[in-house]
Design a protein around this ligand. Structure first.
Ligand SMILES: Nc1nc2c(c(=O)[nH]1)N[C@H]1C(S)=C(S)[C@@H](COP(=O)(O)O)O[C@H]1N2
Ligand SMILES: [Mo]
Length: 388
């Protein structure tokens, strides 16, 4: 299983059943209410619009299959017809474009394996903050295929002074607030051109080798690898190149955090994902057998950086041991990890923790920094288990 994520693009992208059960320890097969691989479906956090999360304890492979990938929608899912659908490119460009899906498919195709985490993932662990109450599962890792945004921008030609690319979706609605939106607005987010032109930023029409599902942005979405999910605009219909930073609703009121510049707190848009390890098993309040071998396991990701190290503590943070990183490191994709735990002989409550370090030496913080507001929730999260 050490080569579990090292598969060439286009081949069967998720683990075979045998390998999946090996990662899952095989223990969950046949449990009531669970499928053979321990997957009991997504958890509904909000019905309308759909906001559903992956039950993170069911993590059993490097690739998240499409039907297991979390869904985050601010507005109702738009129904788009692929034949009449067009992507308009306008603003500070030399040539405005109107591209069909066929036009896009003629550009050089590219596949990127990327982890997308919602910036509000793990919000339920903060103290009674408003917003979708995600546990650990507003995150997934998929193989995205499409064309680089850079290729489209190059076709349009950037005008002098161009600074950002605003990506606009076809979904729209009114945010009741507070704060309220200025009436009905589409979902839109901008990228500075330095990121927009990077090779890992795709306009994707396929997800794990299949047509992009409706809830995930059919027929075309952005995939901004390395950044939190809000940047990966779904149901993309327009790219507007601007000369000045875009101050739209989801760029200012939502998905921003405080940054201290010379002692002054200033709001900045949420961008790159921060290093984070999440424990899949044990699940919270799982009953674990005393005096036995237990495989602690999970995933870790670090946005634009690499996961350098994952450490596990099974004594509430007093001592830490290195976990084994599975497979090879792939840029922008999470890394599965595991750790053998010899559980105590005596029954009682125990706290399991995982802590990741990225390639720049940045370690997950022990507590949530309030300057991050209710986003970028990457502090170490304790998992309480009962040894019995
Ligand atoms: N058009 C549009 N794009 C969107 C959103 C949205 O509501 N509308 N939600 C964003 C957020 S906050 C996240 S976390 C990701 C989630 O992508 P997924 O639903 O495919 O998991 O989509 C992003 N792109
Ligand atoms: Mo999100």
């Amino acid at each position: 299983m050490s080569d579990m994520h090292d598969r060439p693009a286009g081949r069967r992208a998720f683990l075979g059943r045998a390998a999946a059960l090996a990662f899952a320890g095989g223990a969950r097969a046949g449990q009531p209410g669970r499928g053979p691989e321990g997957f009991a479906g997504l958890i509904t956090r909000e019905k309308d619009p759909p906001n559903l999360e992956f039950p993170f304890p069911a993590l059993d492979g490097f690739i998240t299959p499409n039907e297991r990938f979390f869904i985050r929608c601010h507005f109702p899912v738009p129904a788009l017809d692929a034949r009449s659908w067009r992507l308009r490119v306008e603003g500070a460009v030399r040539r405005e474009l109107e591209l069909s899906l066929d036009d896009l498919r003629k550009l050089p195709e590219k596949t990127v394996t990327a982890t997308i985490e919602c910036a509000g993932n793990s919000r339920v662990f903060l103290h009674k903050e408003p917003g979708v109450q995600w546990e650990l599962g507003a995150v997934g890792n998929a193989e995205w295929t499409g064309v680089p945004l850079a290729a489209v921008l190059q076709r349009a030609g950037l005008a002098e002074g161009a600074a950002e690319a605003v990506l606009e979706g076809a979904d729209r609605g009114e945010v009741r607030g507070p704060p309220k939106s200025p009436g009905v607005i589409p979902f839109a987010r901008s990228l500075p051109l330095t990121k927009a032109r990077r090779p890992e930023v795709l306009l994707a029409y396929r997800m794990n080798g299949k047509e992009l599902p409706k809830e995930h942005g059919f027929p075309l979405r952005a995939v901004v690898a390395g950044w939190y999910g809000m940047a990966s605009v779904k149901w993309l219909t327009r790219v507007v190149v601007t000369e000045r930073p875009f101050d739209g609703f989801f760029q200012t009121f939502d998905y921003t955090h405080w940054q201290r510049v010379k002692g002054l707190a200033t709001l900045v848009p949420v961008t790159a994902m921060q290093v984070k390890a999440a424990v899949a098993r044990p699940a919270p309040h799982e009953v674990v057998r005393a005096g036995a071998a237990y495989r602690v396991r999970g995933a870790a990701w670090a946005g634009e950086a690499e996961v350098a190290k994952v450490e596990v503590s099974t004594d509430g943070g007093k001592t830490w041991e290195p976990a084994r990183l599975i497979g090879k490191s792939a840029p922008f994709a999470w890394r599965l990890w595991e750790h053998e735990w010899r559980t105590p002989a005596k029954a009682g409550r125990h706290v399991v923790l995982a802590r990741a370090t990225d390639g720049h030496g940045r370690v997950q913080p022990p507590r949530h920094d309030p300057d991050r507001r209710t986003y970028v929730i990457s502090h170490v999260l304790p998992v309480e288990v009962e040894v019995r």
